[in-house]
Write a protein that binds this ligand. Structure first.
Ligand SMILES: Cc1ncc(COP(=O)(O)O)c(C=O)c1O
Length: 401
């Protein structure tokens, strides 16, 4: 049974008031709140477990190493991966940059992204293209925010080096048919990178079933801490990927003449990693597992349906990608009002929404708008909160228009 009250009581921040009103947190696409299980894991780490990992013979170091490596297993299992395919990064952005700077793409190659990508899945490829005489190509979207997948075939050429697409749009919530993209890529021997920053928090992901080559996501969007994430690298790609950062932890032997690096994920984890972050990341994953990702999905879908209907009943509101069958993210504008003004007024009612371009400026250009107001839901949001939000939005509209 999905007990929303029990879930909410695990998140200390949800009892906070903002501007004298109970906090209603609808900015989960940017980052989620943290349950006490995650917060306590960090406190416990520094109170009882703190030591540097991997090279210590003393008890504390060995214990910290075990916790760190167990976290790798926990996270691997959650996404259907092998633990030796899990590279710990500082987040989605870092994971994409590791691939962009370390994979031996051919000079003059072409990288295909989509029009709805987060800047983090555009800029590393732009940099790569600048340095390597490459070309960035873009899968366009339809007016309803879905990908024009039929155009992908025409974009693929002999020079295509990679297809890098988001699993779920952070701005629109649209879920891309990545299986179809991966299938087409495979027929043409093209590697695929999936940006899973917004899919792992909202739906069951199995990287083995998807069978892409790289998959990236961030802990902080799935109830874990900031500054840590995962780059999943398919086993047979691991040795092809070069490490562009080197340092402690990445080596087998070092001499001034020659250095031998370890194989596997640790080759990409130079220096002391975010140890408490990784351990707390596993605490977050265990928390999600205990609730059940399918149950979370179902709950969020109910919120999406309810909020979409309520918003569609307000004539001044225009929703982008105005359909269901997507993740629980709603981007909208109030006709005649700037999104910042809407967001600022909602904040007066204690409601946190995100406003602006959501790091997807090309998508904003597509819709010819400066930005949107985005309400993105998580496991702890309620229908009651949506009612308060709708009421506050109606009052804000009266003030603005
Ligand atoms: C789809 C998508 N990709 C990439 C990112 C970047 O994630 P991070 O800032 O954690 O690296 C985000 C964050 O909003 C995102 O939503």
């Amino acid at each position: 049974m999905y007990n929303i009250n029990d879930i909410r009581s695990d998140f200390p921040i949800l009892t906070k008031t903002v501007n004298g009103k109970p906090l209603i947190y609808f900015d989960n696409g940017a980052t989620t709140q943290k349950p006490k299980q995650v917060i306590n894991s960090i406190v416990k780490y520094y109170s009882e477990q703190n030591a540097n990992i991997h090279r210590g013979v003393h008890t504390l170091s060995r214990e910290a190493t075990i916790l760190f490596e167990e976290s790798r297993k926990t996270i691997a299992e959650f996404i259907g991966a092998d633990e030796n395919e899990i590279v710990f990064t500082s987040g989605t952005t870092d994971g994409i940059n590791i691939v962009a700077s370390g994979f031996p793409f051919k000079q003059g190659g072409e990288i295909i992204v989509s029009e709805m990508e987060h800047h983090s899945n555009i800029l590393p490829w732009q940099l790569w293209c600048e340095k390597n005489n490459g070309k960035l190509k873009v899968i366009p979207i339809n007016e309803d925010g879905t990908l024009q997948l039929e155009k992908l075939k025409d974009l693929i050429t002999e020079k295509t080096s990679l297809i890098a697409v988001t699993h779920i749009s952070n701005t629109l919530g649209v879920i891309n048919d990545v299986k179809e993209i991966i299938k087409l890529a495979k027929q043409n021997n093209i590697p695929v990178l999936i940006d899973g920053a917004q899919s792992v928090p909202h739906q069951k992901v199995n990287v083995k079933e998807l069978d892409a080559d790289f998959f990236v996501f961030s802990a902080h969007k799935v109830y874990g801490p900031t500054g840590v994430g995962v780059l999943w690298v398919k086993t047979n790609r691991m040795n092809e990927l070069h490490n562009t950062k080197a340092g402690g932890g990445t080596i087998k032997t070092v001499s001034f003449e020659k250095t031998e690096y370890v194989s596997g994920p640790m080759r990409f984890e130079a220096g002391t990693p975010n140890i408490e972050g990784v351990i707390a990341f596993a605490a977050a994953i265990n928390y999600v597992k205990a609730i059940g990702i399918e149950n979370i999905s179902k709950h969020e879908q109910e919120l999406l349906e309810y909020a979409t209907k309520k918003l569609n009943d307000i004539p001044e509101v225009e929703i982008y990608a105005n359909h269901l069958g997507k993740a629980a993210v709603i981007s909208f504008n109030v006709k005649g009002a700037h999104p910042f003004d809407v967001g600022t007024l909602l904040d007066k009612y204690g409601i946190a929404v995100r406003t602006g371009h959501h790091c997807t400026q090309p998508l904003m250009d597509h819709y010819k708008i400066p930005g949107t107001v985005r309400a993105s839901f998580a496991m702890y949001n309620t229908i009651g909160e949506i009612d308060i939000f709708i009421d506050a939005l109606k009052k804000s509209i009266k003030m603005l228009l």
